[in-house]
Design a protein around this ligand. Structure first.
Ligand SMILES: *Cc1c(COP(=O)(O)O)cnc(C)c1O
Length: 361
């Protein structure tokens, strides 16, 4: 099963080179898609079958498709980076594969073997390697996802699924210098509860977060920060990114209590920080700690991290009750050091000390 043959059906009319190159000059995020996609089907009787790489195209969809009604859908996000020698390498795909299985399990969906997940990503990157940008900090974002394809209104786990991978070139997240973001502490909405789906990368979590993000925007903030659902006191995540709190040369990130999404960037930074001579810990940070320590200056920096933006500094905080500045409005020194170290490793400018880069060729 894990050696399921992947049928290759390359496009007969890929985007002309000049048009692709024009897109790669300024790709934005998630606006343009490469020439191909991968599909693997699953059914209760057959398991995984019909693995295929084929031209990117719309999907025919039955209006009674269960995903549209009951939301059985999971996804991943990972990046392929152009290396200095012109080859392409993907950052920690095995870890995304393992998390994808965990997300699927939580949503009562079948678990795609890691080898198939990685082979599907590799096949797409190889086929569409011309779409991997050359410029530093730009990358090809890979979006593996899976959803129910059974039709009907019966509420039970679908007996048919479609796994797919599509890819989108992405530019440097900060095109004119790194700007700290302002955050809104949401005390009305929560992202996740114990026993819920907070640890799964599932579409519904994103749907549920949008109103809180809109509320943040209405308060003039760039991003929303979610607190724990029980006490509304402990800081959990910023939008779809994990948070780090910097106390001089000690960095602390909220522990994985069962309601946080276990970010691969978060995990990478915990490891790298220690090798950069920092103390890296998982802990608990309350809203009161955050405000007090930001105001007395012991909390020197705060940043968020995730595959999309890699590292984003937080510059100010606002809630119904309070408002305070975090730092001096510029990205902090530790934030920038960690960002440089991680991007250096991903783009192959520094050594891959942890064996995190998966070379695709
Ligand atoms: C994907 C995601 C993250 C970041 O995970 P990475 O593996 O670092 O990209 C953080 N929080 C949420 C809610 C997410 O969905």
């Amino acid at each position: 099963m894990t050696t399921l043959p992947l049928k290759l059906t390359p496009s007969t009319d890929p985007l002309p080179d000049t048009q692709r190159e024009a897109i790669l000059e300024n790709p934005g995020y998630g606006r343009h898609f490469t020439d191909h996609m991968v599909m693997i089907r699953w059914s209760g009787e057959r398991g995984w079958y019909d693995a295929e790489l084929l031209p990117y195209a719309p999907l025919p969809m039955d209006p009674a498709n269960k995903t549209l009604h009951y939301g059985q859908a999971v996804f991943e996000g990972l990046k392929a980076y152009r290396q200095p020698d012109g080859t392409v390498a993907v950052f920690r795909p095995q870890d995304n594969a393992a998390r994808f299985r965990a997300s699927a399990r939580r949503m009562a969906m079948p678990e795609l073997p890691d080898s198939l997940f990685v082979a599907a990503c590799d096949a797409l990157v190889r086929q569409d390697r011309a779409w991997v940008p050359d410029s530093s900090e730009a990358s090809l974002y890979l979006r593996p996802f899976m959803f129910a394809t059974e039709t009907g209104f019966g509420v039970h786990p679908s007996q048919q699924y479609l796994f797919m991978v599509i890819a989108s070139p992405t530019g440097a997240y900060f095109s004119d210098g790194i700007q700290p973001v302002s955050v809104w502490l949401s005390q009305e909405y929560v992202r996740a509860v114990r026993g819920g789906t907070g640890t799964a990368k599932t579409s519904g979590n994103y749907a549920a977060s949008l109103i809180a993000q809109a509320q943040a925007a209405a308060h003039g903030c760039d991003q929303v920060v979610f607190l724990d659902a029980f006490e509304q006191r402990w800081v959990e995540e910023m939008g779809a990114m994990n948070l780090f709190f910097v106390y001089g040369d000690r960095i602390v990130t909220p522990a994985l209590t069962g309601t946080l999404l276990p970010g691969i960037t978060r995990d990478s930074l915990l490891t790298m920080a220690r090798d950069l001579g920092l103390t890296a810990e998982e802990g608990r940070i309350s809203v009161e700690d955050w405000q007090r320590d930001a105001e007395n200056g012991t909390l020197t920096e705060v940043f968020a991290c995730g595959t999309g933006a890699v590292i984003t500094p937080v510059g100010s905080v606002k809630s119904e009750r309070a408002e305070w500045a975090q730092g001096d409005g510029k990205p902090g020194e530790v934030t920038l050091r960690l960002r440089r170290a991680l991007l250096g490793l991903q783009t192959g400018r520094s050594a891959d000390a942890y064996g995190w880069m998966h070379h695709v060729g």
